[in-house]
Design a protein around this ligand. Structure first.
Ligand SMILES: [Zn+2]
Ligand SMILES: [Zn+2]
Length: 129
């Protein structure tokens, strides 16, 4: 947890970063304010300006990357990206695109990796890397 980030600590979800933009910024970008006013907390599917409440990461810093259910970064193609999930580039939490709610924590992802590695050693054919 960083000491510079003033968020609702412990709330593991993403929000529209425009919901707490400064008045100064809002004055400069009225169109953006109008657009982002339509998808307040919990309706972030259409938002292109996410902010992770866990670590304070935004699309302008470390960003959010399309990922699979194991938290692995993937190409957002219809074949590969079957669930709309994003992994936070800052803390590694995995979020649902539609709700902004946390899907996995970075710890869950790490545990998932461990399980997968275990499966591979039992002779199961792993997916190509
Ligand atoms: Zn927004
Ligand atoms: Zn994060």
């Amino acid at each position: 947890m960083t000491d510079t980030f003033e968020g609702e600590a412990g709330e593991d979800k993403v929000i529209c970063s425009w919901q707490n933009a400064s008045e100064e910024t809002k004055k400069l970008f009225p169109d953006a304010v109008a657009f982002h006013a339509s998808h307040t907390d919990g309706h972030v599917a259409d938002c292109d300006s996410w902010k992770c409440l866990n670590c304070g990461n935004t699309v302008d810093s470390d960003g959010f990357l399309p990922c699979d259910e194991d938290g692995r970064e993937i190409e957002p193609t219809p074949e590969l990206w079957t669930k709309p999930l994003y992994v936070c580039g800052g803390c590694g939490n995995v979020y649902s695109k539609n709700s902004g709610e946390r899907y996995f924590t970075s710890e869950d992802v790490a545990a998932g990796y461990a399980e997968k590695e275990g499966e591979k050693t039992t002779g199961e054919k792993g997916a190509q890397s």
